[in-house]
Design a protein around this ligand. Structure first.
Ligand code: GAL
Length: 383
C-alpha cells in the first residue's frame, strides 16, 4: 500500500515537472525557475554538450533596454537555465549602450579559429528612437559572457554593393531622397529600387535594423539586415574573425520592405524567410531562394500553411487565433539548424508587455521539391 502511494506521488511529481518544463507553442515557456524565458529576437547555438539561447531581456513595460542581452543554457532544448546577463547596458552617460538604448535581435556565433563568441545586434542610441540604425559587435571567451562591447556602426560608408555596374550607380545617384515628398507612389518605388536611399546614406553609412547572422558550411559568416528605411535587405560578408565587415556586400529585394530576416541552407540552396514591415503586429511571411548567398534571389510563396494557431499570450488573456497567413501571430528571429531538424524560431510580440512576448519554435518540413513548409505545431519536440 505504502509502495503504491509512493509510486503514485512520484508519478505525479514527475508529470508536474515535465508539464512545468514542457515547451508548448502558444503558451509561456518557463525556465527552470518557472519564469517565462526573457530572451526575445535572439538565437540559439550549440557549444560542447550545451545549447545557449541569447535574446533581448525586455522590461514588462516600455520599449527601451534596461538590462541587456540575456543568456540561458540547456542540455536538451527543453529545460532552460537563466545564466544571467551576457551583455549588460552601462550607466555611463553618452555610451553607445547606455541604459535606455535599444538592443534588438542579438545573434551570437562561435568562431572556431579565434575560439571567441561574437555577438552582433541591432543598436539604437538612447533617446533617438530608431534613427541611429546601427549594428553593434561584442565578444566573449565564454558562451555565458560577460561579453565585452566593441563598437557600433552603420554599414559600408563610401562603398557600393560589389556587383553594382557603373550605369546602376549612376541611376542610384540621379535622385535626391531627401527632396522626395510622396512615398509609396509608383515613381517613388522605382527610385527606391534603383537605390536612392543607398545613395542618400552612401557617405554616412547604410542603416542596419532587424538582422541575423548566418555561418556557411565553409565557416564564412554573413550579416543580413533591413536597411534603407527597412525597404531593402543587405547581405554583408564578415571578416574571418567575425568582428568586422570585409566590405563586400549586396542588396536583396530592393524596395521589397522585408524585415526579421532568417536564413537556412538546405539541399544546396539558401532559403531566406522574412516578415513584412508592420512593427510589432504580425503579417504574412515572405520567402526567397538562391543558389548563392550573393543572389540572384527568387521570391516564392510564404512557407506558412495549414490550420490556424491558438495562442494564450497571457494567463489573464482570452485565447487568440492566428492563421498561417499571419505567421501564426509571430515574427521570425532565427532558424536553428540541428542537422536532422530545423526550427523556425519566432516571437509573438506583446508590445504592452514585451517581456511576456511568446516564443514559437516551429519545425520546418520540406515538400517534394525540397521547399520549406511550416505548419502550426503545438508541441515542437514531439515526433
Ligand atoms: C519590428 C521589428 C522589431 C522591433 C519593432 C519595433 O518590426 O521586427 O525587432 O524593432 O519593429 O517597432
Amino acid at each position: 500500500m505504502k509502495i503504491t502511494k509512493f509510486l503514485l506521488t512520484l508519478c505525479a511529481c514527475l508529470s508536474c515537472t515535465l508539464w512545468l518544463h514542457a515547451q508548448r507553442n502558444g503558451m509561456p515557456w518557463p525556465d527552470t525557475d518557472g519564469h517565462h524565458i526573457n530572451a526575445h529576437g535572439g538565437n540559439v547555438i550549440k557549444y560542447g554538450d550545451r545549447y545557449y539561447w541569447y535574446g533581448e531581456n525586455r522590461p514588462d513595460r516600455g520599449f527601451t533596454t534596461e538590462v541587456g542581452i540575456e543568456v540561458y543554457s540547456s542540455t536538451d532544448l527543453r529545460q532552460w537555465k537563466d545564466e544571467g546577463c551576457a551583455l549588460a547596458v552601462t550607466e555611463e552617460p553618452g555610451h553607445d549602450i547606455e541604459r535606455g538604448c535599444i538592443m534588438e535581435r542579438p545573434k551570437v556565433v562561435y568562431n572556431a579559429r579565434t575560439k571567441k563568441f561574437v555577438m552582433l545586434f541591432h543598436l539604437e542610441l538612447k533617446g533617438r528612437g530608431y534613427e541611429a540604425a546601427r549594428v553593434a559587435f561584442a565578444v566573449s571567451d565564454t558562451p555565458t559572457g560577460p561579453f565585452r562591447f566593441l563598437r557600433s556602426t552603420r554599414l559600408h560608408a563610401g562603398k557600393w554593393p560589389f556587383d553594382m555596374s557603373r550605369a546602376q550607380r549612376k541611376a542610384a545617384m540621379a535622385t535626391d531622397a531627401n527632396a522626395w515628398k510622396d512615398w509609396w507612389t509608383p515613381e517613388w518605388r522605382k527610385e527606391t529600387e534603383k537605390g536612392m536611399y543607398l545613395w542618400r546614406d552612401f557617405q554616412g553609412g547604410q542603416m542596419s535594423r532587424d538582422m541575423t547572422v548566418f555561418i556557411d558550411d565553409n565557416g564564412k559568416a554573413y550579416h543580413i539586415t533591413s536597411s534603407q528605411e527597412n525597404l531593402t535587405l543587405l547581405v554583408s560578408e564578415l571578416t574571418p574573425d567575425y568582428l568586422d565587415f570585409t566590405g563586400k556586400y549586396n542588396t536583396i529585394a530592393p524596395g521589397g520592405q522585408n524585415e526579421a530576416p532568417t536564413l537556412l541552407k538546405h539541399g544546396g540552396r539558401y532559403w531566406l524567410i522574412c516578415s513584412g514591415c508592420t512593427g510589432w503586429a504580425p503579417n504574412a511571411a515572405r520567402m526567397f531562394v538562391s543558389k548563392s548567398i550573393w543572389g540572384p534571389w527568387t521570391a516564392l510563396d510564404s512557407p506558412f500553411t495549414g490550420s490556424d494557431a491558438t495562442l494564450y499570450p497571457d494567463a489573464t488573456d482570452q485565447p487568440r487565433t492566428f492563421p498561417a497567413s499571419k505567421t501564426f501571430g509571430a515574427q521570425g528571429t532565427y532558424i536553428l539548424d540541428l542537422g536532422d531538424v530545423q526550427y523556425f524560431m519566432a516571437d509573438v510580440w506583446n508590445p504592452s508587455h514585451l517581456r511576456r512576448s511568446l516564443h514559437l519554435w516551429l519545425p520546418i518540413t520540406y515538400d517534394k521539391e525540397g521547399t520549406p513548409v511550416i505548419r502550426w505545431t503545438e508541441m515542437p519536440f514531439q515526433k
